[in-house]
Every structure is written in structure tokens, then in C-alpha cells.
Design a binder for this molecule. Structure first.
Ligand SMILES: [Zn+2]
Length: 454
């Protein structure tokens, strides 16, 4: 008789954020991810709720990757009494050392506006790192009654899928799955022998524009703007998207496909993340590794300037002539990009170039939807600049590629739970997985517990 293994979907179903799954066996309780629930606010009120399990009884916490919606509540877990082991790749740990303090800064800002206490402190972050152990990709590690292997998810640097094997059966937690092939990272590894799977579904109901056109479109938009004498403002997330764009600009400039103009990376966080990327250059795909062997420093090129202080940031506007400004946040919900948008939105020569999904209600989405005037920090700003979007740089698999990914293990799969997506997206993917590849796909409810035969 096999013993009992269960999964409880504590959070991170029916929404793309707040990943938190409880994997329980007779040997003890384990968590996969401990992320922030994010909506219109950076930190939704629901994050303050007590965890739906006895925090002190959790033995292990496995982290798939360093995005806030997968790591943002780790210090709260520690604050509430967790003293188990945190496991991740070395890359994810290094990125979390940059990301968690930044999450706290943003949380404090929001808490200050709402006049409430932040839900954890720097001490809790420090304590979390004392509990942290790393496992490299592909090294089989025994933790309690599981043999664990980490496989490259290809989503951001250090992102991993966790394979848990017990009694000859395998369950896979995918975390977020990369939009392979990507410019920088290796492809998502293929899994052919999973018995169970908990997967993401951010783009469960949509396909991306073809990847083959993304670099050509970037080149066209930049060259057209330079010809007009304008400035290109790129709102970009600090983790992954910024490094991808730097790499693309590096190639376009070195191959003389665009002229050498000043490129301002106006984000202290993105600068720190970029240096973590530099220190794990062995993780990049074969083509990038080859470029590095030939002596190309892929995050350095003529014209690139790192902008750290607020004063330097304000000085950018005084640079005459065409330039590229990369700044956060990626959806123009805050950060330094806002003051560049206020500066250049009224300029018909300039371009606001969006390279990621823009959620309904954010400034980026208003611009995409063709707003003639927008409200920025209490000011009406006329939109005369060109607004362009390139969606080929998404870091998530689209619907067709999610199906293909599960299809590799369809024969063996007993059940796949479709999580980490808006309800419409998860439900659509659940149905497609059943119809197209005939697997037992289930859309779980928040709080639901399922029992596995392993
Ligand atoms: Zn992610």
C-alpha cells in the first residue's frame, strides 16, 4: 500500500499571482513558492491574512524563481515562525538577495500611503537567507521521502521546475514556463515521464506574435525614431526583460543595424539584477555562450550608461538628440519611467515602446489603447508621441506551447492541475488540454486538497 501524498492549492489558482502550494506526505509538510498576490496594488490586502496552515510545521519551502508573485511572502512566512529549509537554484538565491529588499521598499511605500505597518522587516529577510540552501540544476537531492531534481524552466535566470519522485512516481511543479527559444536563456527542458503536474497558465487562452519578428521590429522602431530625431522610451521590468533588451541592443549596435546613440539604463534595481546575470553567464543559451567566448561582453556596448541616482536620472532629458531610455516599471504604474513619459509623450518625434503585456487600468495599457491624453501625477499630458508594442519578448509560453509542453508527457500523465492564470485563461487551457491531447486536466479551487497515488 502506498502512503498518502496530498497537494493543497493554498493560493495561486484563479489568478496569475500569489503562488503557494502545500505538498504533504507522512514525512511532513512542504511548500512550493510563497508569492505575493498582486492586483491593482503592488501588495493586495489579502497578503496580510494568516497562512492556511501551521507555519511552524512546514519543513521545506521550494522556490521556483525570483519573481515577486513567487517569493514576496517568504519573509512573512519567516516572520510568522517558519524555521524549515528554503531550497532554490543558486541563481534564484542571488536574485532574491536583490529582489526581496526591493519588494520591502515598495511595500513600505504602499504601507506608508495607507498608514499601515509593513508585514515584515529587513530582519525577516536576513533570517530567510540563514535558512536558505541551494541545489544546482540536474543534481538529484534527497529531501525526506522525495528525490528532487531541478530542471531549467527557461523563464528567467535561475527559474526551475521541481520534479519530486517518491515510490517510483513523479510530480512536477512547473513554476512559470519560458517562451523558448528566448534571446538569452536555454530552452525549457522537456519532461516525458511525469505522473502528475501543477502548471502555470498565464497565457492559457492566447498565442503570442511570432518570435521571428521581434528583433526586426525593435530595429525598425529605433531607426524610424532616430530618423525623426526623437527619443525612445522603453518601460521595462528590471528582472529579465531589461537584460533581454540590453542583449538585443548590444547585437543591433555591434552589427551596425542601428547607429550608436546613448542608451540610459535608468534603474538601480535593473543595474543590480544585470550584474547577477553577468555572474551566471554559464546559464545562457549556446549562441550567447559562443558570443561570450569570442570576447563579447553582452551587457556592455558603446553608448550604454548606467543611471543610479535620482539627480542623474533628471539630467537625462538635457542630452540633446536621439537616445534610448530603459526604465521601470514595466507597466508604467510607477518608477522612473513615469517622468520620462511625462517628458516625451508630447513629442511627435519620440516613441514609447512597450515590450510586455499591459494589464487593464495601467498607464501603459491606456497608451496602447490609443489614449489622446493621459493623467500623470495629477497632470494632463497630451499624447503626441508614437506608441509601439512588441509582444514577442514575453517570458511566458503561449497557449499552443503550453499544450505542446504537456503533450510530451501526455501518455504517462494521470492528472495536470492548471494553476497560476486568470480564471478565463486557466479554464480555456484546461479544456484545450482535454480536447487536444486527451489528458486529465483539472482547474482546482483555492483551498482544495487532492490526493495522489504515490
Ligand atoms: Zn515569473
Amino acid at each position: 500500500m502506498t502512503a498518502k501524498t496530498t497537494i493543497t492549492f493554498c493560493s495561486g489558482v484563479g489568478t496569475t499571482t500569489g503562488a503557494n502550494f502545500l505538498l504533504e506526505t507522512e514525512a511532513g509538510k512542504n511548500l512550493i513558492d510563497c508569492g505575493l498576490v498582486q492586483g491593482s496594488k503592488f501588495m493586495e490586502e489579502i497578503n496580510r491574512n494568516v497562512f492556511p496552515y501551521d507555519v511552524t510545521s512546514i519543513k521545506n519551502l521550494f522556490i521556483t524563481h525570483a519573481h515577486a508573485d513567487h517569493i514576496g511572502r517568504i519573509p512573512k512566512l519567516v516572520h510568522d515562525g517558519f524555521r524549515g529549509i528554503i531550497w532554490s537554484t543558486p541563481e534564484t538565491r542571488a536574485l532574491c538577495a536583490v529582489m526581496l529588499p526591493d519588494i520591502l521598499v515598495q511595500m513600505r511605500r504602499e504601507s506608508g500611503e495607507q498608514n499601515i505597518e509593513p508585514m515584515y522587516s529587513n530582519d525577516d529577510i536576513d533570517k530567510a537567507f540563514e535558512l536558505w540552501k541551494v541545489i544546482p540544476y540536474h543534481q538529484i537531492t534527497t529531501v525526506d521521502d522525495f528525490d528532487i531534481t531541478l530542471l531549467d524552466a527557461g523563464h528567467i535566470l535561475g527559474s526551475t521546475m521541481f520534479e519530486f519522485v517518491k515510490n517510483g512516481k513523479k510530480i512536477v511543479f512547473t513554476g512559470d514556463l519560458g517562451n523558448s527559444p528566448t534571446p538569452l536563456l536555454r530552452d525549457t527542458e522537456i519532461i516525458t515521464d511525469a505522473d502528475y503536474m501543477v502548471m502555470e497558465s498565464v497565457y492559457g487562452d492566447r498565442n503570442h506574435e511570432p518570435k521571428s519578428e521581434r528583433r526586426a521590429k525593435l530595429k525598425r522602431v529605433i531607426n524610424e525614431t532616430i530618423k525623426r530625431g526623437g527619443t525612445i522610451v522603453i518601460p521595462a521590468f528590471s528582472l529579465e526583460r531589461t537584460q533581454v533588451i540590453l542583449y538585443e541592443l548590444n547585437n543591433l549596435i555591434e552589427e551596425k543595424e542601428i547607429p550608436t546613440i546613448p542608451v540610459f539604463l535608468d534603474s538601480p534595481l535593473a543595474i543590480k539584477v544585470t550584474s547577477v546575470y553577468k555572474s551566471f553567464s554559464q546559464d545562457f543559451n549556446k549562441a550567447v555562450q559562443q558570443e561570450q567566448r569570442e570576447g563579447d561582453n553582452i551587457f556592455e556596448f558603446p553608448g550604454l550608461k548606467f543611471v543610479r541616482t535620482a539627480e542623474e536620472s533628471k539630467d537625462i532629458v538635457r542630452h540633446q538628440g536621439s537616445k534610448i531610455i530603459i526604465a521601470g516599471s514595466g507597466m508604467s504604474t510607477g518608477g522612473r519611467v513615469i517622468h520620462h513619459e511625462r517628458e516625451f509623450l508630447g513629442d511627435p518625434q519620440s516613441t514609447i515602446l512597450m515590450i510586455g503585456y499591459q494589464v487593464a487600468g495601467c498607464l501603459g495599457r491606456e497608451l496602447q489603447d490609443g489614449a489622446k491624453s493621459v493623467h500623470i501625477e495629477g497632470q494632463d499630458v497630451a499624447v503626441k508621441a508614437n506608441v509601439e508594442t512588441i509582444l514577442g519578448y514575453s517570458s511566458h509560453k503561449d497557449s499552443d506551447h503550453l499544450i505542446e509542453f504537456v503533450g510530451n508527457t501526455a501518455e504517462k500523465l494521470k492528472c495536470v492541475w492548471v494553476a497560476m492564470g486568470e480564471p478565463k485563461s486557466s479554464l480555456f487551457l484546461t479544456q484545450r488540454l482535454r480536447d487536444y491531447i486527451g489528458v486529465n486536466a483539472v482547474y482546482p479551487k483555492v483551498g482544495e486538497t487532492v490526493t495522489l497515488d504515490m
